[in-house]
Design a protein around this ligand. Structure first.
Ligand code: TYD
Length: 205
């Protein structure tokens, strides 16, 4: 059966993931590759609940929101035309956030082993060929967010972003045997970062 490739972009808020996802999708398309760019939380009703939490409109226990992000992910994978289907069709699937976001953001309050167990079905369905972590200093990331938006989401505070970055690195260390991870210095202009990402991807195409 023809199968695709799956790349996940990760990073703290303001790390430039959305810009890089777009640049990467354009570059892949220019090479004639069928590309499927997407993001989590998704636009499904479950993703909409996640966003209500992020905006502060609803408050949820940390375990509840952790499970909700994981449910949104399963729906992303298994829904009609979902990630599994796209991958089976041979697309290069690019997602802005995947289960390492769950490990990093919810891992600040919730046990990491529990989060890994909750996401095991997702890992078994579709493990990224490569997870690309865009590493930027939290203070710099927050500067970028504040410059581009008036309203900050619940996680968009420097102390929190520092803790999230630490959790990312802890999760990468814990899962290094089963995951393929590239930590990229993303404290540079967009074209430079795009070049660094391409260096990691090109060998896998
Ligand atoms: P982000 O990726 O920056 O998207 P947007 O630009 O649309 O705001 O924000 C999504 C937020 O969701 C981010 O703060 C991280 C959070 N998140 C989690 O906490 N856990 C998860 O599992 C996922 C997928 C996202």
């Amino acid at each position: 059966m023809k199968k695709g490739l799956f790349f996940a972009l990760e990073g703290i808020d303001g790390s430039g993931k959305s810009t890089q996802l777009k640049l990467l999708a354009d570059r892949l398309a220019a090479q004639g590759l069928a590309c499927y760019p997407t993001q989590e939380p998704t636009n499904s009703p479950i993703g909409a609940m996640c966003r209500q939490f992020l905006s502060g409109a609803i408050s949820l226990d940390s375990r509840t929101i952790a499970a909700l992000f994981a449910a949104d992910r399963l729906n992303h994978l298994l829904g009609e035309d979902g990630l599994c289907q796209q991958f089976q069709n041979g697309a290069v699937v690019l997602t802005d956030r995947y289960y390492f976001s769950n490990y990093a953001y919810q891992g600040v309050d919730v046990d990491l082993d529990w989060l890994i167990a909750v996401n095991r079905p997702a890992a078994q369905l579709l493990r990224p060929n490569l997870t690309i972590f865009l590493d930027v200093p939290p203070a710099k990331a927050l500067e970028r967010i504040s410059a581009s938006r008036q309203q900050l989401e619940v996680y968009e505070k420097e102390e929190r972003l520092r803790a999230v970055r630490r959790q990312y690195l802890a999760a990468f260390a814990k899962l290094q045997a089963e995951e393929n991870i590239a930590v990229i210095d993303a404290d540079a202009d967009a074209a430079t970062v795009a070049g660094r990402i391409w260096q990691q991807i090109a060998g896998l195409l």
